[in-house]
Design a protein around this ligand. Sequence first.
Ligand code: B16
Ligand code: MG
Length: 219
Amino acid sequence: MTNSVKACLFDLDGVLVDTAKYHYLAWKRLAEELGFAFTEQDNERLKGVSRMASLDILLSIGGISLEEAARLELAERKNNWYVDMISKMDRSEILPGALEFLQECRNNGIKVALGSASKNAMTILNNTGLTPYFDAIVDGTKTAAAKPDPEVFTLGAAELGVSPEECIVFEDAEAGIEAAARAGMRSIGIGSEETLGEANLVIPSLEHMSYRRLSELQA
Ligand code: B16
Ligand code: MG
């Protein structure tokens, strides 16, 4: 990596917090109400995917096809259950290493932005106390196109006033790694090499990242 890193852009679910477990419980409840089973393996397909696209995947698993109005009603029903769960989140749900690395970025003058597909990102950031760590927050309420479209990260860089080559994206979803590449940014995958092999580097969690390691990447 040759360009100096001026900003880190973080995905939320799967990188800073594990909200996938709450999404899973809410989608499972919806599937059960509709009369079919929804497994944890099925839930893997929804990670990083927008709410309506997630619903479409779920309905296809159940072999159900519905008009737009009915789909919107189901998405809202699922979201209400999900919001009930995330409203009880606190600092203890921040993933290992995340807080320490965010603090290190701030201490060393690296700008920090959020780049999440979630329309509930502010609730999660406020409840976990993460909001003050960010110089810019781009979430699902600000974007028109979902990952792998690069919009969420392009907007983040613009809000921070940095160029794409100066950014590093931290992502747990394949679609997010693709979005970073399409934005002209380098990326670090959080998870397994198997699914995130296209990233510039893959680490199991932010416990394996530090300002020192970031500096080594730019050398
Ligand atoms: P909401 P991320 C994504 O968050 C989740 O991974 C994905 O499962 C969810 O469907 C999406 O946000 C939209 O969330 O229903 O709250 O708007 O990984 O982009 O931070
Ligand atoms: Mg994610």
